[in-house]
Ligand binder design. Structure first.
Ligand SMILES: [Ca+2]
Length: 392
């Protein structure tokens, strides 16, 4: 009991040390209005000219100041910036202290109902740029939260220029078209921390982008094949994955988990240094977010050379189930992944999928005492029986 409490305390301390939300960006929600524009304007879109400056930001091209109203929904019903086809905004910030990974969360909405352009933003910093697209399929709000990895910087890195511009897929003469951006949150994330009793780093998905306080719909993460440059620490993203918080969703463990929302072979993947020829037990929890998502979920779990499908019939009422598999490592590093092949739908017709959380990887020890202690006895028996079946 004492050991459990100590582990929990160590975990909380490690999680706190690993991440910090810093106020490095000025006027990150555009609530300080541009010079010569009144914040309580009843005009939803005000085209900014050379007579206007946005506190904290510089801008070029067609940029409008947006005020929420009956036809424009924004986080907190406040103000935002719309990037026209040639519009861009930028802000320079400086990192503090030791080198950390910086992850940006922001809100994205469509500029108007009759726009033919797709709503895509190009987010760039020196050496890296990401395209972030409005999906409008994975929630019922008009605006969405998105996150992307920016880079690794410390106090000695010098100023960093964050640039956002509209990425039109076709030219639209309507200047009220183009992405609307709001509520930027920059989160600094420290070095990956190993939690005792789990060979995987961030197996509980607790280290990821900052949540927008008044967002009820989680954060969408785009494809990122390099797990060292992912918004979700240590996990690469295939397809589209939603990062969900325990405040608004049923999360099996801790404060956060992932929901694999796009069914077209999407999920998460990591690698871990394991001993070739040794046997390991991979445990995880699969469930639904308790938001009326119904579907027949099939998740493929991969541990090294072994792959196994796990199914969960979701009625959208918050089912969670623990699964495990045993595998023998045949390479170092060894891949670990979770891939969803199906999609569900909520009562609001939003696409949704299985929740994955609490992924734990341990060396499978078949000694009775340690097996009971670490909870792998059942897996060992399953492994021995499977091995006997193969041999037989
Ligand atoms: Ca978790």
């Amino acid at each position: 009991m004492m050991q459990g409490k100590l582990l929990l305390l160590l975990f909380i301390a490690a999680a706190a040390a690993a991440a910090a939300e810093e106020d490095l960006l000025q006027n990150a929600d555009f609530e300080s209005p541009p010079l010569n524009v009144t914040a309580n304007s009843t005009t939803p879109f005000v085209l900014l000219t050379q007579t206007n400056t946005i506190p904290g930001w510089t801008f070029n091209g067609t940029v409008q100041y947006v005020t929420a109203g009956p036809n424009m929904s924004l986080p907190g019903n406040g103000h935002a910036i719309q990037l026209g086809t040639d519009g861009k905004i930028n802000q320079t910030f400086r990192a503090n202290g030791t080198a950390m990974d910086y992850v940006l969360t922001f809100s994205l909405a469509a500029g108007g109902e009759n726009c033919s352009t797709s709503t895509t933003v190009n987010v760039s910093v020196p050496g890296r740029s990401s395209l972030v697209a409005l999906e409008q399929r994975y929630g019922s709000e008009e605006w969405e939260s998105h996150a992307c990895y920016l880079g690794r910087w410390g106090a000695n890195s010098g100023p960093i220029n964050l640039n956002l511009r509209s990425q039109p897929s076709e030219t639209d003469p309507n200047i009220t078209c183009g992405p609307v951006v709001d509520t930027f949150i920059l989160k600094a994330i420290g070095m990956p921390v190993e939690i005792q009793d789990n060979l995987l780093i961030n197996g509980g998905f607790e280290v990821g982008p900052a949540f927008v306080t008044n967002s009820t719909e989680g954060i969408l993460l785009e494809e990122e094949i390099d797990f060292t440059q992912s918004a979700l620490q240590q996990w690469s993203v295939m397809g589209i994955v939603k990062y969900i918080d325990s405040k608004h969703f049923l999360v099996p463990q801790g404060n956060a988990a992932i929901e694999i929302v796009s069914g077209d072979i999407s999920g998460v993947r990591t690698t871990v240094a394991l001993k070739k020829g040794s046997t390991y037990n991979l445990e995880f929890v699969m469930g639904d977010t308790n938001n009326s998502c119904t579907g027949n979920f099939i998740v493929g779990a991969q541990g090294g050379p072994s792959a196994q499908n796990f199914t969960l019939q979701s009625n959208g009422m918050g089912t969670t189930q623990k699964f495990s598999m045993v595998f023998k490592a045949d390479s170092n590093p060894t891949p670990i992944s979770f891939t969803s092949f199906t999609q569900g739908q909520t009562k609001d017709f939003a696409f949704c999928g299985p929740v994955i959380d609490d992924v734990v990887l341990r060396a499978a020890s078949c000694g009775l005492k340690s097996a009971v202690k670490s909870g792998v006895l059942f897996s060992c028996i399953v492994f021995i029986v499977s091995a006997l079946n193969i041999l037989g």
